[in-house]
Write a protein that binds this ligand. Sequence first.
Ligand SMILES: *Cc1c(COP(=O)(O)O)cnc(C)c1O
Length: 350
Amino acid sequence: MFDLEFLIRPNIRAMKPYSSARDEFQGEAQVMLDANENSLGSTGPAQFNRYPDPSQRAVKAELAQLKGVGPAQIFLGNGSDEAIDLLVRLTCTPGGPDSILLLPPTYGMYEVAANLNDVRIERLPLTADFQLSPEIVAGVLASQARLVFLCSPNNPTGNLLHAAAIEEILRGFPGLVVVDEAYADFAAAPSWTTRLAEFPNLVVLQTFSKAWGLAGLRLGMAFASPELIGYLNKIKPPYNISAATQQHALAALAAAPHFEELRQQLLTGRDWLAARLPELPLVAEVFPSDANFLLVRFRPDATAVYDYLLSRGIVVRNRTTQPGCAGTLRLTVGSPAENEQLLAALGEFR
Ligand SMILES: *Cc1c(COP(=O)(O)O)cnc(C)c1O
């Protein structure tokens, strides 16, 4: 029933991709005069005079090991935001009837990518506790959208979406099912990357921006079938991942113990905040979180709490205007000292 070729925009199916110098010649030659680089060297403290590997083979080889997938199942983007934009562009013709399906409240970049590409948006709100219900699943399966974004753990709510409901969508939805796992490293559930072989319509997004602590580097991952990854590679800018990013990602991937230490500290901080916040009279509800943040409902006035925290030098995210999120602020888990400072400030709110 799933037909990838049908989902790909006809002009993208037909187009010839750019062939870069590094596509046409790979490896090292003594004299490299094919790419109009500067053979004398680089300005600044480090050498970056050569174009980077456009297929990021070294990084993908390490990632394939870590994630238990093949290198041909990995796309790397300039942040997962680039993958989100390319997925919309790959499947939806601008200005036409094609649409994407969103389940608010959710990550804002899906909507921005659709608007930027002049693509229609359909919306099916999550339940009051930010979950998929049988009715919502039925609505997704009935939709004509070319792709649905499922954010799990969801931003800004922090919860995992029910796996059984996601599985029903994967089995019955004829478009692409994009499961955004930006926060998967903080979640007590297996990644959907472990199910790629079962679902040709599944795309899993992950990122180096959260648990890896590399938001400034801009490196995101998409995992899917080799056919779909081939199309993403066809339309990406040829050198979308810089040499600096590739080098740094390799160093980070070799530092597994440090990654694990950061991850554990953030989980400890999340549990510490989740245990103490409900003791404060101004806290009405702390939503369960499988991420590195907590969505918290404040009474009587979340925006007053937001402004007060700002006056104390603490910036959090005001989510009061998001669907279903009235009265809420999103608090990122910080260092132990920052978490204590946040809790102390909230305790002194009058
Ligand atoms: C933070 C976040 C991302 C990460 O985006 P990058 O471009 O990789 O930094 C993706 N999806 C969600 C839901 C996020 O919260």
